[in-house]
Design a binder for this molecule. Structure first.
Ligand code: PXL
Length: 280
């Protein structure tokens, strides 16, 4: 049996518990070989620190890809997170074509907005290009803000109605993605959940967890990494979505009592639980 190999492209924020510094340990802990393609190196993430450094690595991407191609290195899955420019979005399309196996998956976490705002440096033009990339994906993992921005919908962060969620999912599905995992659904004040929608069969399923009322940075990246790891370990989309949701709840629980830890979640402390879940 050959094991699955995941290629993930996103930035390295040296400090801040997001993007590659969480994707690599989490997917690896799932027992899945993880190949990284850093899109940029920042001293910290952009969500609350000031004065951070930013080294764009866009220019390095074609050379890295061509080397893999010439060595006949191929991957079973391409999982994209934070991308620093539209050119990088275009390189994802090339990577998919050149180094992902024909039956390989493209998982896109739009990773560009949260809590009603775009991350620093992104604009509407980037949103439109990200929506185009989502249209080519096997699975997309938007949060509410990203979903509303990519579909031109009104943004509701809580107190959702089923009508609102169904409309949003239909519009996300119309972008072209095969499966939509929409995060941050709240029908009841103390519960938060994900919807898993299959555009082909039109099947819609939900999974809810307890809501811990504290906005946490980097939870989207932890979610996407655990989802990708679980899926590559052979779980179906709904199971992977559930495992990732439970993992993120555990990450937040391990962090919530420490007010000084505002920049990320202590995912390291939740890894044993994730591994245990995947070994069941
Ligand atoms: O967690 C998403 C993320 C990833 N990478 C960088 C970021 C952010 C969110 O702010 O700034 C550089």
């Amino acid at each position: 049996m050959t094991d699955k190999r995941v290629l993930t492209i996103q930035d390295i924020s040296c400090m801040g518990q997001c993007s590659l510094t969480v994707a690599l340990p989490i997917i690896s802990a799932c027992g899945v070989e993880t190949i990284i393609l850093p899109s940029a190196v920042l001293s910290t993430h952009t969500g609350g620190f000031t004065g951070y450094t930013f080294r764009d690595l866009t220019e390095d991407i074609p050379g890295i890809m061509n080397h893999w191609k010439s060595e006949n290195i191929r991957f079973d899955c391409l999982y994209t997170g934070y991308l620093g420019s539209i050119t990088q979005i275009d390189y994802v399309t090339e990577l998919k074509k050149e180094v992902i196996r024909e039956d390989g998956l493209l998982i896109v976490d739009p990773a560009m907005a949260d809590f009603g705002s775009l991350y620093y440096g992104f604009d509407q033009n980037f949103v439109e290009h990200m929506a185009r990339l989502c249209g080519t994906a096997d699975v997309i993992l938007p949060n509410m803000t990203e979903a509303a921005f990519m579909t031109g919908s009104e943004l509701m962060l809580e107190n959702h109605t089923e009508e609102y969620i169904l409309d949003l999912i239909e519009k996300l599905s119309a972008l072209g993605a095969r499966k939509v995992v929409l995060k941050g659904i709240s029908y009841e004040p103390d519960k938060i959940g994900v919807a898993v929608y299959d555009s082909t069969t039109k099947a819609l399923q939900y999974y809810f967890t307890e809501k811990i009322s504290k906005g946490s940075h980097g939870t989207g990246d932890c979610y996407a990494a655990a989802f990708t790891g679980a899926l590559m370990q052979g779980r179906d989309t709904l199971e992977a979505a559930k495992i990732a949701a439970d993992f993120v709840v555990e990450c937040i629980k391990k962090t919530v009592d420490d007010d000084s830890h505002w920049y990320g979640v202590k995912f390291e402390k939740a890894l044993p639980m994730l591994v245990q879940e995947l070994n069941k």
